[in-house]
Design a protein around this ligand. Structure first.
Ligand code: PLP
Length: 427
């Protein structure tokens, strides 16, 4: 594998940006070695600056569910650009996107667009505090909700990757209002509410944890969260920035049949452009400015480019045949990888939720952050580089989910499974 140009660019980037990147996990620190610089992408493939081609299971960390540069999205973007990139005033497009989201997420009666997932969770928490007039927040170990100050405790993603329990620069007083509990642990949750129930503004979670690999919730756990938060009048927030349109068309909430009070979205709804959104019950959303007293604003929020890409993406996802096709692709990959591991005689745990998945190198059932950490990260490193050499690009960390797109073909899956078998055999 030639990487001369990538190495040269990385060296230059290191002199200009912290770690040479604009988001930490891109730097390949968890797997050792240097990142690849990408030149272009189309469908299921990305191409680096040295001309190598890879089947992409990162898909910009989730958003590109239609694949890279989908013709309908590209066309809509070109048209939108010609009309001007942003006006700082309302457009009809925003109404169209809001309607499309609402169709998939009936729990979202009203929505506010923002520019990133981080902004969505940060704003949803401010709103929950404003609505309940309470301060405390419950989050779960291994759940990542963006780099919001008060939520950077026991977070997944970069935090899990680097083993940084907290970030420098976050005042202790901020995280003092955050209670961290183990995921899937109903008893710990009930006991905490018994003691602090009346002080808690909201409970926020990734209903399927995608920032610690792929950790499925127990149905009873989600039911207990809904039941108990109702009892104590706590706002239940599903952070579906990753799971939205990925676990199913209506996200994890539709798949598990649980209706949260607020939902955070991002990634897929921007079709590959910077985006975020939060929404939910009308009575809660009416607290958002200018209707209510919870201030939140954004110069480029709901801008016509991100919204156009989002609309085209959701339109295609709205077709019944789309998820059938996605499911078929994912099923082939699941069966292929499980079979490859078995034939190679290696013990792995494979988990999947809709179009998200993760392979852990462990014999322990992964149900929370603690059990996820039993995965052999040395094996993962070798797996990562082995796959890359064979033209398969997966996330450069054990604790990230993999994603498929509508553009992944039968041939892509076969090539991936063959590569996985060869690499598994060497572990
Ligand atoms: C990606 C992600 C975020 C943060 O979104 P950004 O757009 O990176 O700020 C928040 N929550 C979850 C669950 C995510 O996966």
């Amino acid at each position: 594998m030639k990487t001369k140009k990538s190495q040269k660019l990385y060296k230059k980037a290191l002199t200009l940006m912290p770690g040479g990147v604009n988001s930490p996990v891109r730097a390949f620190k968890a797997v050792g070695g240097n990142p690849l610089f990408i030149a272009k992408a189309k469908g299921s493939k990305i191409y680096d600056v040295d001309g190598n081609e890879y089947i992409d299971y990162v898909l910009s960390w989730g958003p590109l569910i239609l694949g890279h540069a989908h013709p309908a999205v590209v066309k809509a973007l070109k048209k939108a650009v010609e009309r001007g990139t942003s006006y700082g005033a309302p457009t009809e497009l925003e109404i169209e996107l809001a309607k499309l989201v609402k169709k998939a997420f009936p729990s979202i009666e009203k929505i506010r667009m923002v520019n990133s997932g981080t902004e969505a969770t940060m704003s949803a928490i401010r709103l929950a505090r404003g609505f309940t007039k309470r301060d405390k927040v419950i989050k779960f170990e291994g759940c990542y909700h963006g780099h919001v100050d008060g939520l950077l405790v026991s977070a997944g993603s970069g935090g899990a990757t680097f083993g940084i329990p907290d970030s420098l620069g976050v005042p202790v007083s901020y995280t003092k209002e955050t209670i961290v509990l183990p995921f899937n642990d109903i008893e710990a949750f009930r006991a905490t509410l018994k003691e602090h129930g009346k002080e808690i503004a909201c409970v926020i979670l990734e209903p399927v944890i995608g920032n610690m690999g792929c950790i499925l919730p127990r149905q009873e756990f989600l039911e207990a969260l809904r039941e108990e938060t109702e009892k104590y009048e706590i706002v239940l927030i599903f952070d579906e920035v990753m799971t939205g349109f990925r676990v199913s068309f209506g996200g994890a909430q539709s798949y598990f049949g649980i209706k949260p009070d607020l939902t955070c979205l991002g990634k897929v709804i921007g079709g590959g452009l910077p985006v975020g959104a939060y929404g939910g019950k009308k009575e809660i959303m009416s607290f958002v400015a200018p209707e209510g007293g919870v201030y939140q604003a954004g110069t480029l929020s709901g801008n016509p480019l991100a919204v156009s890409a989002g609309i085209e993406t959701l339109k295609i996802l709205s077709k019944a045949s789309t998820y059938k096709k996605l499911d078929k692709i994912m099923q082939h990959l699941e069966e292929g990888l499980k079979d490859a591991a078995k034939r190679a005689g290696i013990k792995v745990k494979f988990y999947r939720a809709g179009t998200m998945f993760c392979t852990y190198f462990t014999e322990t059932d992964v149900i929370d952050a603690r059990t996820a950490k039993t995965s052999d990260t040395e094996k993962f490193k070798k797996f990562f580089w082995g796959m890359l050499e064979r033209g398969v690009y997966i996330a450069p960390s054990q604790f990230e989910a993999g994603f498929i797109s509508l553009a992944h073909t039968q041939k892509d899956i076969e090539k991936t499974v063959k590569a996985a078998y060869e690499v598994f055999k060497k572990l």
